[in-house]
Ligand binder design. Structure first.
Ligand SMILES: *Cc1c(COP(=O)(O)O)cnc(C)c1O
Length: 367
């Protein structure tokens, strides 16, 4: 049997989702164009974004779509405020550097949610800032940023908001009718539980229409991708046919299982089973519960000299579970994902496997 991926993408998918990849599709064929259109329609509906937004899918991992959204929507003389409380925020800053778009970093601690009051002050202080780029759930730690308050602040200042909702889209509530944004970016292989390989940008139609000529990359130009798709029903360039077919199947299951609320409920149960089991063993979480999104949990590594992550990882892997290394520089941590086609029993089994491995390794001091 395949190992269970307790990683936030790629993640464990269902047999139905994997089986959807057993057919080949012609990219010019009407049936494939229908598939693309139906997926885009459903991706918009998940945010109730049909009125003012369009869905532009893009080949590649999620970062490709983040880069495409920034490069397409931020004009060459734009200036982007990036509230930074983790590694995916820092990735946005790097992307802006490559794109030659000016970035203003608003540094936060990694245990500190992005602060709407500081964003407000930064926007007041600098009228040249055109956009805010905000990560919703910062997957580097698992912290949840207060998106509704941040969106309201950005809207009050009349600036553009670009949201990296990669690890929250489909599970955490985001309603485009009440939360104003220019673009929201997510991907096939996260909370929708598809396979990795394509991202998508839910972009405000009026903003996208005004964004021709911003992108200095052809492959990453969302205006060009969207206009071509509008005209032909097809993707520009070879589409990720099997990924899209798997995503269609994954969305069908998502809808059958009760949609976003049911998805959040299952992830919340997964997270609770994981955290309570790990705390019972003696582990400490990096974040207090109030800041923790039910997506991925960061644990402090045991301070015991018998502990070694690569040993620990390999032994837990031998028992069928793939863990994730930490992404923090200052403290030694590891991460465990709560998302994927798994339920709380799987997380309990993972905790039991971790307990066995710690005994085997002679690790006693956990915090
Ligand atoms: C997964 C993820 C991304 C995209 O990462 P890829 O490795 O390109 O798939 C971007 N932002 C966040 C918050 C993520 O969780």
């Amino acid at each position: 049997m395949d190992a269970i991926l307790l990683t936030p993408g790629p993640l464990t998918t269902s047999a139905d989702t994997r089986s959807a990849m057993l057919s080949d599709w012609g990219s010019w064929d009407g049936a494939f164009n229908t598939l693309t259109a139906s997926v885009c329609r459903d991706l918009l509906a998940i945010l109730d974004a049909q009125a003012d937004h369009v869905c532009v899918p893009l080949q590649g991992s999620g970062t490709f779509s983040v880069e495409a959204a920034l490069g397409t929507l931020v004009p060459k003389n734009g200036k982007v405020l990036v509230p930074d409380n983790g590694s995916y925020c820092k990735r946005i800053v790097r992307i802006l550097g490559y794109l030659g778009r000016e970035a203003v970093v608003l540094p936060h601690g990694e245990q500190e949610p992005a602060d709407p009051a500081r964003i407000d002050a930064a926007l007041t202080a600098d009228a040249a800032i055109t956009h805010v780029a905000q990560v919703h759930c910062e997957t580097g730690t698992g912290i949840l940023n207060p998106l509704p308050q941040i969106a309201a602040t950005v809207a009050r200042h009349g600036r553009g908001l670009i949201i990296d909702a990669m690890s929250s889209y489909g599970a955490l509530p985001i309603d485009a009718r009440t939360l104003r944004f220019d673009a929201l970016v997510a991907a096939s292989g996260k909370c929708l539980e598809g396979v990795p390989g394509m991202g998508f940008v839910i972009a405000r139609r009026a903003t996208l229409e005004r964004s021709s000529g911003n992108s200095s990359s052809l492959a990453m130009d969302l205006v060009d991708q969207w206009q071509y798709m509008q005209k032909t029903g097809q993707w520009r360039f070879t589409p990720p046919t099997h990924v899209l077919a798997a995503l269609r199947a994954a969305i069908d299951q998502y809808q059958r299982q009760g949609g976003r609320e049911a998805r959040l409920q299952r992830y919340t149960e997964n997270c609770a089973a994981l955290v309570s089991g790990m705390r019972a063993l003696g582990f400490k979480t990096f974040l207090p519960d109030a800041l923790q999104a039910p997506i991925i949990v960061t644990f402090h590594s045991p301070p015991d000299p018998a502990y070694d992550f690569s040993q620990f990882y390999a032994r837990v892997r031998d028992r069928g579970f793939i863990l994730y290394p930490g992404k923090l520089t200052a403290v030694d941590t590891f991460r465990v994902g709560c998302i994927g086609a798994i339920g709380p029993d799987t997380l309990r089994q993972a905790v039991a496997a971790i307990a066995e491995v710690l005994r085997e390794m002679g690790v006693r001091r956990l915090a």
